[in-house]
Design a protein around this ligand. Sequence first.
Ligand code: FMN
Length: 237
Amino acid sequence: MTDSPVKTVIIHGQSHVGSTASIARMLAAKIGGETTEFFLPRDFGHFCAGCTACFVKGADRCPHVTDLTPVTEAIDAADIIILASPVYVFHATGAMKALLDHYGWRWMAHRPDPRMFGKQGVCIATAAGVGVKSTLKDMEHSLFYWGVGRIEKLGMGVAATDWEGVSAKKKAALERKTDAIAARLKFRRGRVTPSFKTKAMFGIMRMAQKNGWNPLDVAYWKDQGWLGKERPWRRSE
Ligand SMILES: Cc1cc2nc3c(=O)[nH]c(=O)nc-3n(C[C@H](O)[C@H](O)[C@H](O)COP(=O)(O)O)c2cc1C
């Protein structure tokens, strides 16, 4: 357990404050503590160049590293990472995907940051009608493969194109859902243990690293002690 104020980062998949951002902010207010927000593409608008430098040379070799670093630092400093995107043609926005592409090197198959296993994540999506499930999955994939210990999801077909158009009944349901999620996040804070699924995936990736193809990844896993007895979650347990 920790007494320091909880730190939350919200990464918004759009640059405006509509239904999705309003729900993310509703949740952050209930979590309390300090909140840092990034709106995409306003605060990071690059497409991955596909150079693979992050994978094979190092993350600092990304051509967009200067603009990416504030986002990375906020993610690393946060206890809770909220990824929030409206549904655009059944998926997360292109801006959200473009950011997440920049963290492929952080996936468990490569060089996951050990701090991720002690963090919690939340995926939030709104649609006018349908497409919430696949959109939540788009964002959950990254949180899960980064190693984030516990992941909550909140999706809703809001039957509106802006927050003002969302009915009072739906807003009341969102209040209840965010109450419940905030309570779970606060309860687990400081004692996050990764899910069984996360630990199992880590085990599979560990076996793969034993015959790894990328020297940078293999050296990283060795340095962390993960090819031996060390496990990233033991530091946060
Ligand atoms: C480009 C675009 C694509 C969209 N695609 C879908 C969709 O596939 N399914 C859906 O139900 N709503 C779709 N919508 C509507 C939005 O997902 C919905 O209004 C959402 O709640 C908007 O969130 P916001 O207020 O945070 O912008 C789309 C909207 C835009 C602008």
